[in-house]
Design a protein around this ligand. Sequence first.
Ligand code: PXG
Ligand code: PLP
Length: 436
Amino acid sequence: MHQDLDAYWMPFTANRQFKKSPRLLARAEGMHFWTPEGRQILDGIAGLWCVNAGHARPRIVEAIQRQAAELDYAPPFQMGHPQAFELAERLVKLTPPGLNKVFYTNSGSEAVETALKMAIAYHRVRGEGQRTRLIGRERGYHGVNFGGVSVGGMVANRKMFGALLAGVDHIRHTHDLQRNAFSRGQPAYGAELADDLERLIALHDASTIAAVIVEPVAGSTGVLIPPQGYLQRLREICDKHGILLIFDEVITGFGRLGAPFAASHFGVTPDLMTVAKGITNGCVPMGAVFAQQAVHDAFMNGPEHLIEFFHGYTYSAHPLACAAALGTLDTYEAEGLLTRGQGELAAYFADAVHSLKGLPHVIDVRNIGLVGGIELAPLPGEPGKRAFSIFLDCWESGVLIRTTGDTIALSPPLIIEKQHIDRLVGTIGEALKRAA
Ligand code: PXG
Ligand code: PLP
């Protein structure tokens, strides 16, 4: 089959390289994709950290089909539909206590924009309208819209786009190979890096700061796991200064760490929490912001006929997304998937990824739940090229992995079995032995 690839400008893709030797996926089921030629590919990254229950799950497929026939669309402004409310009630049973209000979006990027605006508006409705500053972290990823890029810390995602949002600053990242290389789970050193927030508070004054946003585990910038005690310390400093803490759980939400959310796993509850991806198992675009009761209630003043929060999307609470999310929660529940990534399976996965220590170019291995990071020494003067060559080699061998810089990131569907872990890690090991 000849197909013209010219018109589609692909996102976050080396377009010219891709179009010279395309990698197409035509079908998926369970742990695998198939190419148009029928080659089977093991999915080592749950699509893009999102297909947590594996591909083509019947409860989700049927829920979407039923919903499309029943109610294709309903306006979300001044109107509602039953599935949106049912989903919200089900979701807040999974979140840490207190995070019991849900605002729907269509992606993680939109969830981030929503949370940042909510934080600034929250302070304003409480009479602290001077709290407008947003604090992110170096090496953070919060999607690609202007707010998210501004609080994010990925140089390539920022430098092309001008001045970004004003009034943003960043605390230091926690990645420290010298002290923490080859840690299993949370690294021992670096809790004190949370005190960097005190430095920015001293510089700007707490009274100007609305919120701090971090990924509990940074995914896109190479699987950076928080040092022991770090997140607790951030929570304490935010509380001390009246600053909202936002956890961006777009990747860590819905079972990735072996608990429903990273907040549950680490025992630290933020004021706002963003999710996407696994909320619908990647089947229909959806994101959400969870808010503490007190944040929500601060808006519920003034005359009752007035809109309280001037924000929302045409497709907020889209019926197909709500149906997909309900089918997804049914699947997670029926199969215990939100806690599958802990215990024996996680230990097996950890042993497997750490077995790559000692292979050529491997300078660190990191793991938590069903997330693995394998960092390689870069080729001199060509950052990212060595890891990308491993990606291409694995693809030829029928395994889909993801690389960011010179780190290989693994985040398989939570239905993964031991034989898939062997295949995934074995294929990477063989590719490393062949690599330049
Ligand atoms: N926040 C976090 C923490 C994310 O990981 C987003 C926001 C944005 O979500 P949307 O749905 O707008 O893409 C993300 C997305 C990768 C990779 O390879 C990660 C993401 C997206 C694409 C690639 O690491 N995360
Ligand atoms: N641009 C225009 C001209 C619009 O009318 C709208 C929504 O009505 C938007 C952008 C925003 O689109 P969405 O609500 O899908 O984010």
